[in-house]
Write a protein that binds this ligand. Structure first.
Ligand SMILES: Nc1ncnc2c1ncn2[C@@H]1O[C@H](COP(=O)(O)OP(=O)(O)O)[C@@H](O)[C@H]1O
Ligand SMILES: [Mg+2]
Length: 402
């Protein structure tokens, strides 16, 4: 994700490897971590560990320590070992009554915190988040691609869904993909994919800091295609409670959890729309091949560039429902580029049957119809969007006269 004023994002999240030496809270900790599918836990009974069971070849991302009741000396020994072996690895100590020696050993480490008892799952997960992201800088590896239709029905939702699916099926098993529907009035991602619409962003709009990994897990619906869907239920007044801080925080946290974030966003500008556009690594404007749609796409692109000149190098125009040219009245890519006044980044084949079959089964097209050309075209689009950005000078040079 690109940095914007509102959206400073941490590194992309993957499976978190946790080394846990636990005493009385072992069961509570294990079930809290199992409730999330992002942890891989290596658990040891604290009673059996006078020393850290450290394996240099399996360095954990996080260490959890809880000594057997009252055994502060054992805790101090573990912390001192960590000070030598891995002073930068985040450490959470469970239990608050620490001896002076334990506090001193804890302070020698770089990222630490204490989880108070009685054990509370939500507070514990929030502590993990905080201790792991203490050193965050403002860069971020998650790729954010936003899809916006130039006119209603041009196909942004269809293409965003298919892109999320193709990204997921092409990634290594550790890669995570989120599809986020930012149309809070009548977004269609959840309906097209037959998933629950659990994104209740309005509930936390007054306190966006409440959005953390645990809340995103609650908002997200898992699709059989392997990616998560974050979409709100239909609501004619759905935009009213949403503010820029909440959308910014949602995307910040999602960029921390996922490797790819695909956004379906409306062309009807909200006061946070340009933040999302500027924070995206790619903005895909989807047009169909009619003169009014192409003119709408041209105007939309110009409007966005006028408001955010830096967006020019990551703005892509895609022609959807490209049909084989049979009759003289259909529009070629060359005609379309002329009407748009600029080069297009690609075209997606028309396949009404494949697209209809997919939504009727609640699936991406790549899962519903093996014969469709659309998934292959989306794979090409993914390659284009993954390619390094063209610098603005070059983009201007390849722009055609209108
Ligand atoms: N490449 C395509 N070929 C055939 N039909 C398509 C294609 N892309 C989208 N559609 C269909 O067009 C309609 C509108 O698509 P949708 O993605 O909902 O548009 P938007 O999100 O821009 O309003 C849907 O019925 C969808 O199945
Ligand atoms: Mg749509």
């Amino acid at each position: 994700m690109r940095d914007t004023d509102h959206m400073n994002t941490p590194d992309a999240g993957r499976q978190t490897h946790v080394l846990a030496l636990l005493g009385p809270s072992a069961q509570a900790v294990q079930s809290a971590m199992e409730s999330q599918n992002r942890f891989s836990l290596k658990f040891h009974d604290a009673k059996d560990c006078s020393r850290l069971p450290w394996q240099a070849e399996h360095q954990p991302d996080l260490v959890l320590l809880e000594p057997p009741t009252g055994d502060q000396d054992r805790l101090i020994a573990w912390l001192r070992e960590l000070g030598t072996l891995a002073p930068h690895t985040p450490v959470l100590v469970i239990g608050e009554l620490l001896s002076v020696g334990a506090v001193q050993a804890l302070l020698a480490l770089q990222a630490t915190n204490v989880v108070p008892l009685p054990f509370a799952t939500d507070a514990f997960l929030a502590q993990i988040n905080a201790v792991m992201h203490r050193d965050d800088d403002t860069t971020n590896n998650a790729q954010v691609w936003s899809f916006m239709s130039a006119v209603g029905g041009a196909g942004a939702t269809t293409l965003a869904i298919e892109t999320a699916f193709q990204l997921q099926s092409g990634l290594s098993s550790h890669g995570r993909v989120a599809l986020i529907d930012l149309n809070f009035v009548d977004g269609a991602c959840a309906a097209y994919l037959d998933t629950p619409a659990n994104l209740r962003l309005g509930d936390v709009a007054a306190d966006p800091e409440r959005i953390d990994d645990a809340l995103i897990e609650a908002f997200a619906s898992k699709h059989d295609g392997g990616f998560d869907v974050l979409a709100a239920g239909r609501d004619p007044f759905g935009y009213q409670p949403i503010n820029a801080q909440t959308v910014g925080r949602l995307l910040d946290v999602c960029c921390d959890i996922y490797d790819h974030v695909v956004i379906d966003i409306s062309r009807w500008m909200q006061d946070w729309t340009m933040d999302v556009v500027c924070g995206s690594d790619a903005l895909v404007i989807v047009s169909e091949l009619t003169v009014p749609a192409l003119h709408a796409a041209r105007d939309l692109a110009q409007n966005i560039e006028a408001n955010a000149p830096q967006s020019g190098d990551h703005l892509h125009l895609i022609l959807n429902r490209m049909a084989k040219r049979v009759f003289g009245h259909s529009i070629s890519i060359a005609d379309a580029q002329k009407a748009l006044g600029r080069k297009t980044s690609g075209a997606i084949s028309s396949d009404w049957d494949g697209a209809a079959q997919a939504v009727n089964y609640g699936l991406p097209i790549g899962m519903a119809s093996t014969k469709s050309k659309i998934p292959k075209d989306i794979q090409s689009l993914v390659e284009i969007l993954n390619a390094p950005a063209v610098c603005p000078d070059v983009a201007n040079r390849i722009r055609l006269a209108s």
